[in-house]
Design a protein around this ligand. Structure first.
Ligand code: GLU
Length: 380
C-alpha cells in the first residue's frame, strides 16, 4: 500500500467494513469461525488506532439456507427471506462472541433502505448508529432481508455499505471481497488483464471494465461495487476493494496486499453539507428570532425556543429553510414534522415531552444537519 493510501486508513476517524457472504461461510455452508475471529482482531486494531468501526455483514441468507437445506442459488425470494431470518441470528451471535473476547459489545442493526430518499428512516438510522458508535459499540449492519420487499430491497450489501458509510459520515469504506480490486478486463478470462490500483472517478470508462460478473455466494459483482464507490465518493468517503479471503485481511491490506482505492479529496462533512444545502428540495420554513440567529452564527443547533413560526408541509427529516427577518439564513434537516414543529415552536426543549406526548430531540435542527446559506461555514 502506498504511503498516501495507508495515510487514508490511518487518519480515518470512522471506517465501514463490508464483509461478503463468501468469506463467512466455509465449504460445508457453516460459519467460518477462525476467519471471523481474525477479522475481529483487525477491527480491534482499527479501534486501537482511534477509528470508530461499523461492520456491514452479509451471510444471513447463506448461513440460513445451509441450515434449512435450501439451495441458495435458485431459491425464491420468500425462501431467501426465510433463510435470512434463520441465518441472521447465527451471524449476529457469531460477531457478538468474537468481539466479546476483546471486551467489545456489538449491536445488530437491520436496515431496509431504498436508493431514493426515505428521509425519516435515514435520520433515525443515522441517529441510532452515531449513538452506538459514541457508546463504543460495534454496529453489525445487514439489510432487513426478511421484511424488505422486492421493490425496495438492495439485494446486495455493497451499495448498502456505501449508504451506511454516507449515513455515519465515514472516511473510509473497506469492501472485503473475493477479488483484489478492479482490473481493466476480467482477470478470470484474460491473463493480460491489468490491475487498477487507484481510481478518482467512477467514469463510463471505469464502468466498462467491470462487466457483470458476480461471485458465487454474494449477489454483488464488480458493477455493484462501482455503484458503491460512486455513492461513497459523493459522500466524501474513500473506498477500497481488497481480498478478504485471507486471515487478518485488513492487516494484510496495511502490509501491502493488492487493492483498488477509490479516492476523494472531499470530506464527509463538506459533502453532507452540500447535500443538505444544495441537493434537497426545501419543504417548509422556520422563522427564528434574533437570539436564535446569533446562536446559529456561533455554531449552535436550532432549538425550538428560538423558532417564532413554522410554514409549509414537511415531515421529520425533510429539508427546510431557516429565515430571520424575512431572509433565508440557513437550511437544515428538521427533526419534527410541521404540525409538531408548530406545537413546540417558542417553547423550551424540556417541555417537548409534555407538549407532544413523547420525548423527541432537544433540537429542532441539529447543528450537524444545518448549513448556512451564502455565509462562511463553521468548521468546528
Ligand atoms: N443481505 C444478504 C445476506 O445477509 C446478502 C446480500 C449480498 O449478497 O450482498 O445474506
Amino acid at each position: 500500500m502506498s504511503a498516501a493510501h495507508s495515510r487514508r486508513l490511518n487518519d480515518a476517524r470512522c471506517i465501514v467494513v463490508k464483509v461478503g457472504s463468501a468469506l463467512l461461510v466455509d465449504s460445508t455452508g457453516g460459519l467460518n469461525r477462525p476467519w471471523l475471529e481474525s477479522l475481529c482482531k483487525d477491527v480491534i486494531e482499527l479501534r486501537r488506532g482511534g477509528a470508530q468501526v461499523v461492520i456491514v455483514s452479509s451471510g444471513a441468507i447463506a448461513l440460513g439456507a445451509a441450515h434449512l437445506g435450501i439451495g441458495a442459488a435458485r431459491a425464491r425470494l420468500e425462501e431467501n427471506q426465510a433463510a435470512a431470518a434463520v441465518g441472521q441470528i447465527q451471524l449476529a451471535h457469531a460477531y457478538q462472541e468474537a468481539l466479546s473476547d476483546f471486551g467489545v459489545g456489538v449491536a445488530q442493526v437491520l436496515l431496509s433502505l431504498d436508493d431514493s430518499e426515505s428521509r425519516r428512516r435515514y435520520l433515525n438510522a443515522r441517529g441510532t448508529l452515531t449513538t452506538l458508535l459514541k457508546q463504543g459499540v460495534v454496529p453489525i449492519v445487514n439489510e432487513n432481508d426478511t421484511v424488505a420487499t422486492a421493490e425496495i430491497r438492495y439485494g446486495d450489501n455493497d451499495r448498502l455499505a456505501a449508504r451506511v458509510a454516507e449515513m455515519v459520515s465515514a472516511d473510509v469504506l473497506i469492501l472485503l471481497s473475493d477479488v483484489d480490486g478492479l482490473y481493466n478486463r476480467d482477470p478470470q478470462h484474460d491473463a493480460q488483464a491489468e490491475h487498477i490500483p487507484e481510481v478518482r472517478q467512477v467514469s463510463a470508462e471505469i464502468r466498462a471494465m467491470a462487466g457483470a460478473r458476480a461471485s458465487r455466494l454474494g449477489s454483488g459483482g464488480m458493477a455493484t461495487k462501482l455503484d458503491a464507490a460512486a455513492i461513497a465518493l459523493a459522500a466524501g468517503c474513500s473506498m477500497v476493494i481488497t481480498r478478504g479471503d485471507v486471515s487478518r485481511p485488513i492487516d494484510a491490506l496495511q502490509k501491502g496486499a493488492r487493492a483498488t482505492w477509490f479516492l476523494t479529496e472531499e470530506t464527509p462533512r463538506r459533502a453532507r453539507k452540500q447535500w443538505i444545502g444544495g441537493t434537497l428540495q426545501p419543504r417548509g420554513e422556520l422563522h427564528v428570532d434574533a437570539g436564535a440567529h446569533q446562536a446559529l452564527q456561533r455554531g449552535s443547533s436550532l432549538l425550538p425556543a428560538g423558532v417564532v413560526s413554522v410554514a409549509g408541509q414537511f415531515e421529520r427529516g425533510d429539508a427546510v429553510r431557516v429565515l430571520f427577518d424575512g431572509q433565508e439564513i440557513a437550511r437544515g434537516l428538521v427533526a419534527y414534522p410541521a404540525a409538531e414543529a408548530a406545537k413546540i415552536a417558542g417553547r423550551r426543549s424540556a417541555d417537548i415531552a409534555e407538549l407532544l406526548g413523547y420525548s423527541g430531540r432537544d433540537e429542532m435542527i441539529h447543528r450537524d444537519d444545518l448549513v448556512f446559506v451564502g455565509a462562511k461555514e463553521h468548521s468546528e
